[in-house]
Design a protein around this ligand. Structure first.
Ligand code: NAI
Length: 333
C-alpha cells in the first residue's frame, strides 16, 4: 500500500513536471519568432502558446510543424485570445514592444512600450497570476517596475516570480572576453550586475579569471553599449533579435530546470534587497532559481575601485529609471 502510494506520488509529480506551458506575448516580432522556435526545440516545454497583435497564428502554424512533441497554438489578437494564451502558463515571456533605431537609447522607447507592457501585465494578473513573468521589452529598468505596480494593484504581486531578462548582457560579456583571451566562451562566466541599459550595466571582471580586464575601459564600454553595435549595423531595421532570442530561451530553460529541482544560477533583474538602503527596489545580480522562481539573491561580492565607480554611476540612473516606471503606473493606472 505504502509502496503503491509512493509510486503514485512519484508518477504524479513526474507528470506534473512534464507539463510546462510557456506563453510568448509578441511572438511574431523580431525576437518573438526565433525565441518561439528555440522554445519549440526545448523538450521541457509541452505547450507553447503564441500571441501577438498581428501574425500570432501564422507563426504558430509554421513552428508547429517542427517535429518535437509540444503543441503550438496561436491566438487571435483579442482579449479572449490573450486570456486563453495565458491560462495555466508556467512561464510568460514578454518581447512585445518597439525596438530601437540608430541614435535612440532604451529610455526613448518608454512612451510606446510602457503602455504595451502595462496592458499585457494586466492580462497576466488576470489570467496567469502565478506565472513566472520574464520581461524582455525595453526599457527593462522601467518595464519590470511597471509590471510590479500592476500586479500590486491587483493583489497578485509576488517578487519571486517577476524577472527582467538581462541574460544577453552576460552572454555578450562572455563572448567578448573569450574573443580577447582566445578561450572558449563556455568557460567565461562573467558576472554582470545593475540594470539593462548603458551605464547601469556593470560587468565585474575583477571576479572573473581575468581580473586585469576591469581596467580595460573599452571592453567595459562594449559590454555596456553592445546593443548599440547591433542597432547601428541593422541600420534602422531594429535591435538585437537573434542573440536576444537565445538569451531569452536560456533564461526560460533555466527556470524550467530549476522547477525540476536542478540548482541553477542566472543573473536577472528582480526586486532585490542589495541596494534598497539607497532607494533601489530592483537590481540585477546572480540569482539562485528554484521551483518557486527566485530562491536566493546572491550578493554582489567583492569589487575593485573601478567597478565601485561604475556601480555608483549605475545607481544614479537606475533609480531614475525605476521611479519613472512606478510614476507611469500611478499616473496611467
Ligand atoms: P519587433 O517590433 O520586431 O517585435 C515586437 C512585436 O511585438 C511585434 O510583432 C508586435 O506586433 C508585437 N506587439 C506590439 N504590441 C503588442 C501587444 N500589445 N501585444 C502583443 N504583441 C505586441 O521588436 P523586437 O526586435 O522583437 O524587440 C521587442 C522588444 O524587446 C523591444 O522593446 C526591444 O527593445 C526589446 N529588447 C530587449 C532586449 C533585452 O536584452 N532585454 C534585447 C533586445 C531587444
Amino acid at each position: 500500500m505504502f509502496a503503491a502510494s509512493r509510486i503514485q506520488t512519484r508518477a504524479f509529480s513526474a507528470s506534473a513536471r512534464n507539463l510546462s506551458k510557456v506563453a510568448v506575448l509578441g511572438a511574431a516580432g523580431g525576437i518573438g519568432q526565433p525565441l518561439s522556435l528555440l522554445l519549440k526545440l526545448n523538450p521541457r516545454v509541452t505547450d507553447l502558446a503564441l500571441y501577438d497583435i498581428r501574425g500570432g497564428p501564422g507563426v504558430a502554424a509554421d513552428i508547429s510543424h517542427v517535429n518535437t512533441k509540444s503543441t503550438v497554438p496561436g491566438y487571435e489578437p483579442t482579449a479572449d485570445g490573450l486570456a486563453a494564451c495565458l491560462k495555466d502558463a508556467e512561464i510568460v515571456l514578454i518581447p512585445a514592444g518597439v525596438p530601437r533605431k540608430p541614435g535612440m537609447t532604451r529610455d526613448d522607447l518608454f512612451n510606446t512600450n510602457a503602455s504595451i507592457v502595462r496592458d499585457l501585465a494586466k492580462a497576466v494578473a488576470q489570467s496567469a497570476p502565478k506565472a513566472k513573468t520574464l520581461v524582455i521589452a525595453n526599457p527593462v529598468n522601467s518595464t519590470v517596475p511597471i509590471c510590479a505596480e500592476v500586479f500590486k494593484a491587483r493583489g497578485v504581486y509576488n517578487p519571486k516570480t517577476l524577472f527582467g531578462v538581462t541574460t544577453l548582457d552576460v552572454v555578450r560579456a562572455s563572448r567578448f572576453v573569450s574573443a580577447i583571451k582566445g578561450t572558449d566562451p563556455k568557460d567565461e562566466n562573467i558576472t554582470v550586475v545593475g540594470g539593462h541599459s548603458g551605464v547601469t550595466i556593470v560587468p565585474l571582471f575583477s571576479q572573473s579569471s581575468h581580473p586585469d580586464l576591469s581596467s580595460d575601459a573599452e571592453l567595459v564600454k562594449r559590454v555596456q553599449f553592445g546593443g548599440d553595435e547591433v542597432v547601428k549595423a541593422k541600420d534602422g531595421a531594429g535591435s538585437a533579435t537573434l542573440s536576444m532570442a537565445m538569451a531569452g530561451a536560456r533564461m526560460a530553460d533555466s527556470l524550467l530546470r530549476a522547477a525540476a529541482g536542478e540548482k541553477v544560477i542566472e543573473p536577472t533583474f528582480v526586486e532585490s534587497p542589495l541596494y534598497k538602503d539607497q532607494g533601489i527596489e530592483f537590481f540585477s545580480s546572480k540569482v539562485e532559481l528554484g521551483p518557486d522562481g527566485v530562491k536566493e539573491i546572491l550578493p554582489v561580492g567583492k569589487v575593485d575601485a573601478t567597478e565601485k565607480g561604475l556601480l555608483d554611476a549605475c545607481i544614479v540612473d537606475l533609480k531614475k529609471n525605476i521611479e519613472k516606471g512606478v510614476a507611469f503606473v500611478a499616473q496611467n493606472p
